[in-house]
Design a protein around this ligand. Structure first.
Ligand code: PLP
Length: 433
């Protein structure tokens, strides 16, 4: 008899077209349920979720309060057009803003992180009257862009922006582009590179700097001291809007509500998604500083979405932020980072020759896997695949990006669960060494 897993996998392979993949060789893990930091497949095998799925389930799986809030809202009013006012949406915006710094009093809701960044860029371009956007080579900001350029009516005209993207290298001391030997050198030289790029591009043409506060998918690249403060200074000097992408880093991941609270910087626009409601319903948004919001008091904002501020998403945001506050989820993520993940992952540097560097904070860590510590040559894909299979076999659901194991469990993880997960990683590394 075929297992339930096999049936689901077969149905998936018949009809589901997957993201970022050549389709023929896919073998997706069928997941059927979850609770807290655990998920299980359709045949009942359990996994400790050290991925938070796509680094978004910060509150853990099936939090009863969020599930119930969605059910209650669905029974009351399951959908409402963005042009109407709705109490749940207004409350969601209010709660998001309570976590933001002073000087932010509006939220524009989107369907996810990519369109949050699209709309932040749109706000920056319209308020500065400039086009170019500078971001890091090592970054991920989402997968959209052509939809509005393909549109035929007036909404296309103020949005034909498939141009003007400039990239710079950001700090990454372990694989420095700047021949730096210290974090301070890396920071100073990356800032000079950024400023020289702006000067060469023409400062009057640069609308926005769009950076992840801590680049996530690119390797959890915690910025060195002074870098983000320097970025702020440069943005101010040239009249550029600073957008910080908090889609992955925000809402407890780093042990702060927003990752930038851990650095000496305040952005003009903040984009969020993922952790704001742990993905129970798709949602994202832009938190808008007052001067930028005021620019649209009398002027039309040429952007919108059918599901902007969808009530099921809004209900899940309200419940999620309330639960995070009451259960001290942000504080938990910070403590787990300091007391368990930092010391235990750093100890892997001694126990495994495959570990080249460990970096992160909160429940946001990267273990850089190398085949040679001196050359820092990345561990080849085949050995990464072997480690992934080994960890799955041990009951750990890991997250890999290139040659890195990203240790990104839910922010509600207990010290015991975190220790079990790191034990399994230690065993897996020993098995493939
Ligand atoms: N920004 C960052 C930092 C992300 O990590 C992601 C997704 O991983 C996005 C934006 C895009 O978000 P979404 O997939 O919800 O469009």
């Amino acid at each position: 008899m075929t297992s339930r897993n096999a049936q689901i996998a077969a149905a998936d392979r018949r009809h589901v077209f997957h993201s970022w993949s050549a389709q023929a060789s896919l073998d997706p893990l069928p997941l059927a349920g979850g609770l807290g930091c655990e998920v299980w497949d359709a045949d009942g095998k359990r996994y400790l979720d050290f991925s938070s799925q796509l680094v978004n389930v910060n509150i853990g799986h099936q939090h009863p309060r969020i599930v119930e809030a969605i059910q209650r809202q669905a029974a009351e009013l399951a959908t409402v057009a963005p042009a109407h006012a709705n109490a749940t949406r207004a409350r969601a915006a209010e709660l998001v803003l309570e976590q933001a710094p002073d000087g932010f009093s509006k939220v524009f809701f989107t369907n996810g992180g990519a369109d949050a960044n699209e709309n932040a860029v749109r706000l920056a371009r319209l308020t500065t009257g400039r086009d170019k956007v500078i971001s890091h080579y090592r970054s991920y900001h989402g997968n959209t862009g052509a939809a509005i350029a393909a549109t035929g009516d007036w909404r296309r005209v103020p949005n034909e922006y498939a141009r003007g993207h400039v990239h710079v290298f950001g700090p990454y001391l372990y694989r420095t582009e700047f021949w730096a030997e210290t974090p301070e050198q890396e920071s100073e030289r990356a800032l000079r590179h950024l400023e020289r790029t702006i000067q060469a591009e023409g400062p009057d043409s640069v609308a926005a700097i769009l950076f992840e506060t801590i680049p996530g998918t690119a390797g959890i690249l915690v910025p060195p001291p002074g870098y983000l403060a320097g970025v702020r200074r440069i943005a101010d000097e040239y009249g550029i809007v600073l957008i910080l992408d908090e889609v992955m880093a925000g809402f407890a991941r780093t042990g702060e509500w927003f990752a930038f609270e851990g650095f000496d910087v305040r952005p003009d626009l903040i984009t969020f998604a993922k952790g704001v409601n742990s993905g129970y319903v798709p949602v994202g948004g832009v938190i808008i500083s007052d001067p930028i919001a005021a620019a649209f008091d009398e002027r039309v904002f040429p952007g919108g979405l059918t599901y902007s501020g969808h009530p099921l998403a809004a209900a899940s945001i309200v419940a999620s932020i309330e639960a995070m506050r009451e259960e001290k989820v942000v504080e938990n993520a910070r403590a787990i980072g300091q007391d368990v993940l930092k010391p235990r992952l750093e100890a892997l540097l001694d126990s495994s020759p495959l570990v080249g560097e460990v970096r992160g904070r909160g429940v946001f860590w990267a273990v850089e896997l190398v085949e040679d510590r001196d050359t820092r040559a990345p561990l080849p894909a085949a050995r990464i695949g072997a480690l992934k299979a080994d960890l799955l076999g041990r009951g750990l659901l890991p997250f890999f990006a290139e040659n890195r194991l990203h240790v990104v469990p839910p922010a509600v993880i207990t010290a015991d669960e975190a220790n079990v997960g790191v034990d399994l990683i230690e065993e897996g590394l020993a098995a493939i060494a």
